[in-house]
Structures are given as structure tokens and as C-alpha cells.
Design a protein around this ligand. Structure first.
Ligand SMILES: Cc1cc2nc3c(=O)[nH]c(=O)nc-3n(C[C@H](O)[C@H](O)[C@H](O)COP(=O)(O)OP(=O)(O)OC[C@H]3O[C@@H](n4cnc5c(N)ncnc54)[C@H](O)[C@@H]3O)c2cc1C
Length: 413
């Protein structure tokens, strides 16, 4: 009898798992179930689409024929409402029951709405799906003024969309700087200047206390906790994700702001795996539990899960230093690993205006941020991957031409 593999979610983690399972087992039954009405597309590129810089076609990755050709059953517009791990079955909103031998949960997250008055008004957008991007593109194109809330990697996409669509926008941030958990004032200052250059004004020690609307329920302004009012007929909110685990609440699958897995992407429930943004996985490099929110990491986790789903015993281990780049400005930006964690960090702003910060834990590189000059990325990621103790040579991490050989004797010891 053929093994039956059921995958919930057709994002990059789920789709990559389906592809991996098919390559490893030509006879397996594979079903991919997704709430969305379209097959896998490039979530990274939807911001370029929303800026008005890219047509729809290049954003799409797979069309339904891709699944047909591989004999993978794709169920679009289908919400999974329940999982019964003892019976090895999932239930859908339409009342269908699908049995599995191996189940993968790759359901990612859903943007959190601001808990303030009028936060569901028309013209206020959250950003996760291609559908969101279509609405954002149209709304921004028709807007004259805007606000953006959420001083992180998704918030800056919304700010860049405002810049590209000529929306006169204010970027309301809590605290004194953008992404204050990963960047110092020196590093964030480069981003603040770049935002100003694209026509977006950063506002610090701010946020949203309430939105104002017109009679038709369309947003007209945001009022911050200091009582300052910012006119806005467009608003973009990116304050974090709620992870999509409500359909497993009746199971014993262990969760903690996501689904807990080991390094093989196995959950605590027999034959149930998880991959992508949804996972709180055991990070063998960090030696701790971690969660990534990056495309490459989700793709690799899907592939690792797929390999282990078809194997008799777990074979593939997730060992990965993730990276995330920003391409909105005329200089490059890259964060890698876990830049907001660790017990120490070193950083430097160089005379040419570039900046680097490296996060350390127990004397080992675990992440960092590079602005303007990314040439050190491969050495720093290699140091992280190899878990080399750099505690007595942290100054070398900041040399512009950082050299892996300078650290290699330590590996031999
Ligand atoms: C605008 C934007 C820009 C980004 N830019 C970058 C970038 O530059 N670099 C980078 O590395 N990463 C970037 N990311 C993050 C990256 O896209 C994600 O980390 C990655 O897509 C996560 O993939 P995933 O498969 O884990 O989850 P998702 O892509 O979120 O897929 C989960 C799927 O599961 C479905 N689903 C959820 N619940 C159910 C249910 N109950 N039943 C059925 N289906 C369900 C969802 O509808 C969704 O289709 C960006 C994300 C966004 C939104």
C-alpha cells in the first residue's frame, strides 16, 4: 500500500516538502491543502508588486498544472479546522475528512491587528498574502497621505511601498529607532536617513492610539499616544504574527507561540511534522529553541521534513543560518542568524558609511546585521555554522576584510 502524505499549507515550506516527498517516493499519495485560492507564489516578491514595479506573472511560482504533473492533489480554498492524531485524519471546513500516514503542518502565521479603535477601517492594511498585496497596491496608488506602524522587517516594506507610490507617509515607531532589538542608533540612523530620502518620515516614541475615519468608514488619520494627529488615507500595520495553530488546539501537539519540533522537524505527536515560520524548532547551532521568519529557512525546513517523512528513521537534520535582505534602498542590507539574541555583541560604523553588528552567545557568532557592505557575510555565517569560539578575537569580526583564516587555528585546537 502507498504511504499517504498530507501537507497543510502551500507556502514555500509546504510546497518544498511536497516536492521532496515526490522525488523520494514516486508512488506516495500526496495531498496539499491550502486556505489560499492560488498555488505557491513568491511571498518575498509581493512587496515589489505592491510598489507597482512588477507585474503579477513573475510572482507566481507554481500553477495547478505543476501539481498535476507530479500527481500531487492540490486543494485550494480549503481550511483545515481540526486534526485527530489518534485517528490519523484531518478535517476541513467543508466537512471532508482526509486520512494520513504522515502529516506536515506548514501553516505559517497571520498578521496581528492593532488593538485600537477603528483598526479594521477601510484603507488600513496588513501584509501577508498576494491578495493583501493587490489591495495594498491599489490603495496606496490612490492615497496621498499614509502612516506605517511596526518598526521591523515587514513594516519597512510597507514604508517602501509608500515611498514608491508617492504617498506622503509617516512611519510611527515605538522607541527611538527602527528595529531597535537588532540595531543600535548608529545602524538605525542609516535606515532613518534612507527612509527620509524616499519620502517617508520616521516618528519616534510614537505608535497608534486610535484611527479616525470618515462617514464611509475609510481611514483619515492616526492619532499617536502623545495626541499627535497624522493624516492618512492609507495605513499599513505590521506588528507581528499570530501563528496558525487553532486547528490543533484539541490535540496533544506541543505548542508555544508556534509548534515545537526537534531538529528533524518532528513534533511530539507520532507521524506529525511541522516546517516553516510556524516552528519553534531545536536549533542545533544555537543550542536552544528558535523560530525563523525567512524564506530560505522555511524552504529548507520543508525539504528536511519531506526527507524524514519518507524515511524509516529520521535522517536529515535542520542546520541552517538564515538570512534576510532588504533591497529598498541604494545600499544593501542583510540580517543573518539570530541578530536579536545572544549575550554580547560587537559593532562598528565605518568611514565609508557602512555598518556592521555581530551578535554573540557564549563566545560564538549567532547572528548579525550588515548595512552597506555585505562582503563579510559568508565568513560570519561560516563562523556561526561551525560554532567557532571567537571570544578572544572579536575585534577581527569587525575588520572590513574579515578573513576566515584568522579564526581557523582555533578550530584545530
Ligand atoms: C511581504 C513579505 C515580505 C517578505 N520578505 C522576505 C524577504 O525579503 N526575505 C525572507 O527571507 N523572507 C521574507 N518574508 C518572509 C517569508 O516570506 C516567510 O518566512 C515564508 O514565506 C514562510 O513560509 P511558510 O511556508 O512557513 O508559511 P506561509 O508562506 O505563511 O504559508 C502558510 C500557508 O498555510 C496556509 N494556512 C494557514 N492556516 C491554514 C489552515 N488552517 N488550513 C489550510 N491552510 C492554512 C496559509 O494560507 C498559507 O498559504 C516576507 C514575508 C512577507 C509577507
Amino acid at each position: 500500500m502507498c504511504a499517504s502524505h498530507v501537507i497543510i499549507g502551500d507556502g514555500i515550506a509546504g510546497a518544498s516538502a511536497a516536492e521532496t516527498v515526490r522525488e523520494a517516493d514516486p508512488d506516495a499519495d500526496i495531498t496539499v491543502v491550502t486556505e489560499e485560492g492560488e498555488a505557491l507564489y513568491n511571498r518575498i516578491l509581493i512587496k515589489e508588486f505592491a510598489k507597482g514595479k512588477l507585474p503579477e506573472a513573475p510572482v507566481s511560482i507554481h500553477d495547478p498544472e505543476w501539481y498535476d504533473e507530479r500527481d500531487i492533489e492540490l486543494r485550494l480554498d480549503t481550511v483545515v479546522t481540526d486534526v485527530e492524531t489518534d485517528a490519523h485524519e484531518i478535517h476541513t471546513h467543508g466537512g471532508d475528512v482526509i486520512e494520513y500516514d504522515k502529516l506536515l503542518i506548514a501553516t505559517g502565521g497571520t498578521p496581528i491587528q492593532l488593538p485600537v479603535e477603528n483598526s479594521d477601517a477601510e484603507g488600513i492594511h496588513h501584509f501577508w498574502t498576494f491578495e493583501d498585496a493587490r489591495a495594498i497596491k491599489e490603495s496606496a496608488a490612490n492615497a496621498e497621505t499614509g502612516v506605517v506602524v511596526g518598526a521591523g522587517l515587514l513594516g519597512i516594506d510597507l514604508a517602501a511601498i509608500c515611498g514608491a507610490q508617492d504617498v506622503d507617509a509617516h512611519y510611527l515607531m515605538r522607541g527611538q529607532s527602527w528595529w531597535r532589538y537588532a540595531l543600535s542608533q548608529d545602524g538605525a540612523g542609516i535606515i532613518h536617513d534612507a527612509l527620509e530620502e524616499i519620502g517617508v518620515t520616521p516618528v519616534f516614541d510614537s505608535g497608534v492610539d486610535r484611527f479616525e475615519t470618515d462617514e464611509s468608514g475609510h481611514v483619515t488619520a492616526a492619532v499617536d499616544p502623545n495626541g499627535e494627529r497624522f493624516e492618512a488615507d492609507f495605513a499599513g500595520v505590521a506588528i507581528g504574527l499570530d501563528f496558525n495553530i487553532e486547528f490543533i488546539q484539541n490535540t496533544d501537539i506541543e505548542t508555544d507561540n508556534g509548534i515545537i519540533t526537534d531538529e528533524y522537524m518532528r513534533t511530539n505527536a507520532e507521524d506529525v511534522y511541522a516546517a516553516g515560520d510556524i516552528t519553534q524548532f531545536h536549533d542545533v547551532i544555537l543550542g536552544d529553541r528558535a523560530q525563523n521568519g525567512a524564506w530560505g529557512s522555511a524552504k529548507e525546513q520543508g525539504s528536511i521534513a519531506g526527507q524524514n517523512m519518507v524515511a524509516d528513521a529520521p535522517e536529515a537534520e535542520f542546520q541552517w543560518v538564515s538570512s534576510y535582505s532588504i533591497t529598498h534602498f541604494d545600499f544593501p542590507f542583510l540580517s543573518f542568524g539570530h541578530p536579536t539574541r545572544g549575550d554580547d555583541s560587537v559593532e562598528h560604523k565605518y568611514e565609508d558609511g557602512t555598518w556592521r553588528r555581530v551578535a554573540l552567545k557564549d563566545g560564538r557568532v549567532i547572528g548579525g546585521v550588515l548595512i552597506g557592505d555585505l562582503s563579510a557575510q559568508s565568513v560570519l555565517k561560516k563562523l556561526a555554522r561551525k560554532q567557532i569560539d571567537v571570544s578572544d578575537r572579536t575585534d577581527l569580526l569587525l575588520e572590513q576584510g574579515v578573513d576566515i583564516e584568522a579564526f581557523e587555528p582555533a578550530t584545530a585546537n
